[in-house]
Write a protein that binds this ligand. Structure first.
Ligand SMILES: [Zn+2]
Length: 79
């Protein structure tokens, strides 16, 4: 992720993202891989339902918490 203001991943939505939905499609990704969607307050439920119905959803955290996690992990080397 960059330092630019992240935008919600919902189609047509330009709102600032507040939530990070971490997901994994076992048909495409190794189990430890995490794809992320960003969601504003309004779309968090819609997007997490979409992923949840398919069994892809792993985690829903605030953007602030997600960034803290990334800093705490090995990706800190990217900074
Ligand atoms: Zn949105």
């Amino acid at each position: 992720m960059t330092d630019e203001t992240p935008i919600c991943s919902a189609k047509g939505c330009r709102a600032a993202a507040v939530w990070v939905l971490a997901w994994n499609n076992p048909k495409l990704h190794t189990p430890e891989r995490r794809k992320t969607w960003l969601a504003c307050e309004e779309h968090r439920e819609h997007l997490s339902q979409f992923l949840g119905l398919r069994g892809f959803l792993k985690d829903v955290v605030t953007l602030a918490e997600w960034r803290q996690r990334e800093q705490g992990s090995d990706s800190a080397a990217d900074r």
